[in-house]
Design a protein around this ligand. Structure first.
Ligand code: MN
Length: 196
């Protein structure tokens, strides 16, 4: 028991196969994310952050509280962006226009995003975010960092910690990243941009 709880997945554990296996989902969501939730709940009492939202904690805290809260926020954005059968293979509307404006084309965006995910040294996350003027940017964030710490609005993320892909892809991180496009629900990403 504690302030935060493990958010249920919006799909079955095997629904993202073969891109992400049931085994990986079981460890990633059921063990790794669950541990971050339990750790944060154990650290919050007497921290002065008991009443803060998850986003506020990520922007204000340090040390173990920051790391566990960051990983919870990152994984909630990660797991909720997938769909077993996405209705479209690329964004439409304002997000599509922004991608073309800021990266040249959807293909050029995907190439840069994958390259930044593949070249991130160690553990971390690659993000597509919108800045205060609506410009789209790709950033590499180490460990548990989140773009909201830089004043950006996070839209899309690939987790490049080994626990995200090692059971299915071993050392082939680039192959895992290339496969993830098949299960991105662009409607969710577009909704995040609208809320910006
Ligand atoms: Mn992860």
């Amino acid at each position: 028991m504690g302030k935060f709880s493990l958010t249920a997945l919006p799909y079955e554990a095997d629904a993202l196969e073969p891109v992400i296996s049931r085994n990986t989902i079981g460890f990633h969501h059921g063990k790794h994310l669950a541990a971050y939730v339990n750790n944060l709940n154990a650290l919050l009492p007497d921290s002065g952050l008991e009443e803060a939202s998850l986003e506020e904690i990520v922007c204000k805290a340090s040390g173990g509280i920051l790391n566990n809260a960051g990983q919870i926020l990152n994984h909630e954005l990660y797991f909720s962006q997938f769909a077993p059968q996405p209705t479209k293979a690329e964004p439409t509307g304002a997000l599509a226009e922004g991608v073309k404006r800021d990266f040249g084309s959807f293909e050029a965006f995907k190439e840069e995003f994958q390259k930044k995910g593949a070249s991130l040294f160690g553990s971390g996350w690659v993000w597509l975010s919108a800045d205060k003027d609506g410009k789209l940017v790709i950033t590499q964030e180490a460990n548990a960092a989140n773009p909201i710490q830089k004043g950006l609005t996070p839209l899309l993320t690939f987790d490049v910690w080994e626990h995200a892909y090692y059971l299915d892809y071993q050392n082939r991180r680039p192959d895992h990243l290339a496969a993830l496009w098949q299960i991105i629900d662009w409607n969710i990403i577009e909704e995040r941009l609208k809320k910006d």
